[in-house]
Design a protein around this ligand. Structure first.
Ligand code: UDP
Length: 460
C-alpha cells in the first residue's frame, strides 16, 4: 500500500541506554500502514562548534591571490582596533557570521573585539516587536516601550568602554550605543541585517534619528535601504565555505543520509530546504513537482525545521502533507536546527535545488545550493535575482507553471543544468563567500579612517 512519506524528527528513547536521540519517524500514515524504514539518528542537542578556520584554510577554495589581497588591504589597518556589538552570541545568522569574521580579522592583525549587549525579558520583547514591525508587522509604540528600549541601551552603554578606532553596531537592538559617540574618537558604523523596505512608520520614525548619528550604514540589499543623512554601503550576506553546512563532505556520508531518509539516488532528486512558511511556497513546489512528474520520474524532498515550536509552522507543515497526499516520492523532513551536515548532504545529493519563495530576504539556501554547483530554480523575489542571473547562474520563475517548466527542462537538459551549476558556483565564489565579506570590511574601514576615498560616480 502506498505510504505518505513525511518524516518528522521526534524524540524517542534510544535503544536501551536511556539516552534520548532525535529520530526520523513516519507520522502521517496510521501505524498499521507504516512501512519499516531506517530511523536516522540526529543528536538531540547541538554538537560543539568546530574551531574557527584560519585564513590559509581558505586557500584551496579561493586561491592564494585572493588571500594575498586581504593581507595587503589589512596591512594599512594593522593595529587599528574595532569593536563589534550585537545582541546574541549564539543562534541566528549574525552570530554565525561574527563567529567566523572576528577570528579572521584578528588573524589579519586588525584587533577586533565582539561584545554582546544584555537585557531583561522586557527588553527582548520590545526588540522582537521592533523586529517584526520593521518587517512590516503591526506594533503599538508606546512611551513605555521606548523607555524600556533606551533604558537597556543606556545600561549597556554605561557598562561598556569605547576606546577603539571603529565601532560596528549590528541591527537595531544596540543602536542607542551611538550616544557615546561624542566622547570617542572612533568612527561608528550601523550594520543593518534586516529588510527595512516596508518598516512600521512609528518604529522607524523613532530609530531613524538615532541611525542618522552614525558615520555610515550598511544594508544587505539596495531595496532594504532607507533615506538617511549618512553614506550607505551595500554588503551582501555571505556563506562560509568551511562551515558544516557548506564544507566538502564524503560521498559516503551523502549516501548514508539519503539511505537514512529513504531517498533513491538512482532517480532525480528535487529539493527545497526551507522553514515551513507560506512565503517559501512549499505547496507551490509540490504542485510544480506533480506537473513534472507526469513526464519525468523524480522525487521531491522538502526539508525544513521549526515546525514543532512554531504554531504557524505546524499548520503549514500540515498543509504540505495534505498537498503531498500519499505520493511515496515526496519526502518531507522536519529537521532539528543542528542538522547542518544533513542539509549539506541533501543539497549535494540533489539534481536540482528549488527555492520558490513568494517573498524573500536574501535567500541563503540559494547561495548554498549554487555553492554546491547545483542548478537552482528560484522565485524572482528579494535577494534571489542578485544571485540568480536568469539562464546564466540559475533560472528565475514567477509561477507554479513556470517552476514546473524549468524543472522539467533542466531534468531533460543535463548539460545546460551542469553549466548553470558551474556558473552559479563561480558567482558565489566572487561575491557571497566569507572571504569577500572580509574584503568589504577592510575596504570600508579604510574609507572610514580616511585612508582611501570612495569613488565619485560623477567623476569623469
Ligand atoms: N535552514 C536550516 N534548517 C532548516 C531550514 C533552513 O538550517 O530546516 C537554513 C538554511 O540552510 C539557510 C537558512 O536556514 O542557511 C535559511 O536562510 P534563508 O535566507 O534561505 O531563509 P530565512 O529562513 O532566513 O527566511
Amino acid at each position: 500500500m502506498a505510504e505518505k512519506k513525511e518524516r518528522t524528527m521526534t524524540k524517542t528513547p534510544a535503544g536501551g541506554n536511556g539516552n534520548t536521540t532525535t529520530q526520523a519517524t513516519t507520522t502521517a500514515a496510521p501505524p498499521s500502514e507504516r512501512r519499516q524504514r531506517p530511523r536516522p539518528k540526529i543528536s538531540q542537542t547541538p554538537p560543539a562548534p568546530p574551531p574557527p578556520p584560519r585564513l590559509d584554510d581558505y586557500e584551496p577554495i579561493v586561491g592564494r591571490p585572493e588571500l594575498d589581497e586581504l593581507r595587503f588591504l589589512a596591512q594599512r589597518l594593522r593595529g587599528k582596533t574595532v569593536k563589534m556589538v550585537n545582541s546574541t552570541a549564539v543562534g541566528g545568522g549574525v552570530a554565525e557570521i561574527l563567529n567566523r569574521l572576528i577570528p579572521l580579522m584578528n588573524e589579519l592583525e586588525v584587533p577586533t573585539k565582539w561584545e554582546v549587549i544584555t537585557g531583561g525579558n522586557d527588553f527582548f520583547e520590545v526588540t522582537k516587536g521592533f523586529h517584526n514591525a520593521l518587517h512590516g508587522g503591526e506594533y503599538n509604540v508606546t512611551k513605555e516601550v521606548l523607555e524600556i528600549f533606551m533604558m537597556y541601551n543606556e545600561q549597556n552603554r554605561q557598562r561598556m568602554s569605547f576606546d577603539e578606532d571603529l565601532f560596528v553596531i549590528h541591527d537595531p537592538q544596540p543602536v542607542g550605543l551611538i550616544k557615546s559617540r561624542q566622547n570617542t574618537r572612533g568612527k561608528w558604523i550601523w550594520r543593518c541585517h534586516i529588510d527595512l523596505s516596508n518598516p512600521h512608520p512609528d518604529v522607524w520614525g523613532f530609530l531613524r534619528p538615532i541611525v542618522d548619528q552614525y558615520d555610515a550604514a550598511i544594508f544587505s540589499s539596495p531595496s532594504f535601504a532607507r533615506q538617511l543623512e549618512i553614506p550607505q554601503y551595500l554588503f551582501f550576506p555571505c556563506i562560509d565555505p568551511l562551515s558544516e553546512k557548506n564544507k566538502d563532505i564524503d560521498e559516503s556520508f551523502v549516501q548514508k543520509v539519503c539511505e537514512d531518509f529513504g531517498i533513491d539516488r538512482k532517480r532525480p532528486i528535487i529539493t527545497q530546504i526551507s522553514r515551513f512558511d507560506r512565503l517559501k511556497d512549499p505547496v507551490g513546489v509540490i504542485q510544480a513537482y506533480k506537473m513534472v512528474k507526469k513526464y519525468v520520474d523524480c522525487q521531491l524532498v522538502l526539508a525544513g525545521g521549526g515546525a514543532t515550536d512554531d504554531p504557524e509552522g505546524a499548520v503549514v507543515l500540515q498543509e504540505v502533507m495534505d498537498e503531498a497526499g500519499d505520493d511515496p516520492d515526496i519526502i518531507i523532513l522536519n529537521l532539528p536546527p543542528w542538522s547542518a551536515l544533513e542539509i549539506n548532504a541533501l543539497q549535494r545529493a540533489s539534481t536540482i535545488i528549488v527555492q520558490k519563495s513568494l517573498k524573500e530576504g536574501f535567500g541563503l539556501t540559494v547561495t548554498e545550493g549554487l555553492w554546491k554547483g547545483k542548478p537552482v530554480v528560484g522565485g524572482a523575489v528579494g535577494g534571489i535575482p542578485t544571485q540568480i542571473v536568469h539562464k546564466l547562474t540559475g533560472v528565475l520563475v514567477h509561477s507554479v507553471e513556470g517552476c514546473a517548466y524549468q524543472i522539467r527542462y533542466l531534468l531533460t537538459h543535463p548539460e545546460f543544468a551542469a553549466e548553470l551549476g558551474r556558473n552559479g558556483k563561480e558567482h558565489v565564489k566572487e561575491n557571497f563567500l566569507m572571504t569577500s565579506n572580509v574584503k568589504r570590511w577592510l575596504l570600508l574601514y579604510q574609507i572610514m579612517l580616511g585612508m582611501t576615498q570612495p569613488m565619485d560616480p560623477q567623476a569623469k
